[in-house]
Design a protein around this ligand. Structure first.
Ligand code: SF4
Length: 370
């Protein structure tokens, strides 16, 4: 389950359509935050393998097009049949403060994305546009503390975590949680032995050093770092931090003895350099997270030559699990609208940031109209 503190939303999973928290109801019903009526109704349908509005938004609509989904990715043998079963794993999203504008992200999750669109206007694509909504505009006017930890909702969430027995793991995410001035207090407030910080590492070395000093010898903390490519591919997909700075931040965390796993959001750009990333960090666990929110950036939206080169390379990699997964993701044929939107988005994204795209394969650039 995921709880978004800033937007006061509850989600049955990270991809689900959110439910707005009813603060009066939650205060009157202690111990029910992770089992609201909507959640129970959705979980009942999940157990019957049926879609609901929430699941259609994050998974079923992609499956209907023959694409992969989080639901299929996460499918495992750990089957829970009680809709009221105690919560095991919780994701806590603090605020949208973030220094990066990752290619697949948006102003809904990153304040830097909000500022960029505020300055340069919305992205116009075929059948869709990327713009700031009324909520991101509202949050931009409120200080971080009031949006996250100094809220009635935050107090309820902490109370509910204390009431819930058996939470095995709490993941803290943002935006960029390491930019949240109250992160240390949040870590102390959530009573859980296993705390994971999900980060893109878009922070200064000084800030990271201070945080690592402060949490030394504290709880069992580990890091899930978002990354999936190296060099120019990394700097395009994770715009806002250089590759050198990123590797230095990773080393700072490793040098302090903390565990790092990677979450690799595989897009049609990062997939072209993913092998280099895996070679560099093959002593870490690397989890594949397929893009589900921006269809024109999905790995199958590639020209035939790029796909062939990719598949040939994968064949030489002796069944490494991540590459088997990628060969499934690149397989479907791309739609014409996705092809056009991919090229159009790359044009707008790179010109607003003065990024030279000549490092991308020429056949790919030609295919998407660059
Ligand atoms: S680091 Fe996370 S929140 Fe920030 S832009 Fe990237 S994906 Fe979005």
């Amino acid at each position: 389950m995921q709880v978004n503190i800033q937007s006061r939303q509850l989600q049955n999973c990270c991809k689900a359509w959110p439910e707005h928290a009813d603060l009066d109801w939650l205060e009157a019903n202690p111990g029910k935050m992770f089992h609201t009526d909507t959640m129970i109704a959705d979980r009942t349908l999940m157990l019957e393998d049926k879609s609901c509005v929430s699941c259609h938004h994050g998974c079923y609509k992609y499956e209907e097009q023959g694409l992969s989904s989080e639901r299929l990715q996460q499918s495992n043998k750990d089957f829970i049949s009680d809709t009221n079963a105690p919560l095991k794993r919780l994701q806590l999203s603090l605020s949208t403060d973030c220094n990066l504008t990752c290619m697949y992200c948006s102003s809904q999750f990153s304040t830097s994305w909000y500022k960029e669109i505020e300055k340069n206007g919305k992205y116009v694509l075929e059948g869709q546009s990327l713009e700031n909504d009324k909520w991101t505009k509202l949050w931009s006017k409120i200080k971080q503390k009031q949006r996250s930890t100094e809220s009635r909702f935050f107090d309820i969430v902490i109370r509910e975590i204390k009431l819930a027995e058996g939470i095995e793991e709490i993941k803290i995410l943002g935006g960029e949680p390491l930019l949240n001035n109250q992160l240390f207090e949040v870590i102390n407030a959530v009573d859980c032995d296993n705390i994971v910080i999900i980060t893109g590492l878009g922070i200064s070395a000084g800030r990271l050093a201070k945080f690592l000093e402060k949490i030394d010898n504290n709880k069992n903390i580990s890091f899930n770092v978002s990354a999936e490519a190296t060099g120019k591919f990394f700097e395009l997909t994770r715009y806002g931090i250089t590759w050198d700075d990123f590797t230095q931040r990773v080393n700072m965390i490793k040098d302090k003895g903390y565990r790092i796993d990677f979450i690799s959001t595989v897009s049609n750009i990062s997939v072209l350099d993913f092998h280099n990333f895996v070679e560099l960090y093959n002593d870490h666990k690397i989890n594949i997270n397929p893009i589900t929110d921006r269809q024109f950036l999905m790995p199958h939206v590639l020209d035939d030559r790029s796909k062939k080169d990719l598949i040939d390379d994968i064949k030489s990699r002796n069944n490494v699990s991540q590459f088997q997964e990628i060969s499934r993701l690149v397989n479907p044929d791309p739609g014409e609208t996705d092809r056009k939107n991919f090229g159009n988005y790359l044009k707008q994204f790179s010109s607003r940031r003065s990024i030279d795209l000549s490092f991308l394969p020429e056949h790919l650039r030609k295919w998407c109209g660059l």
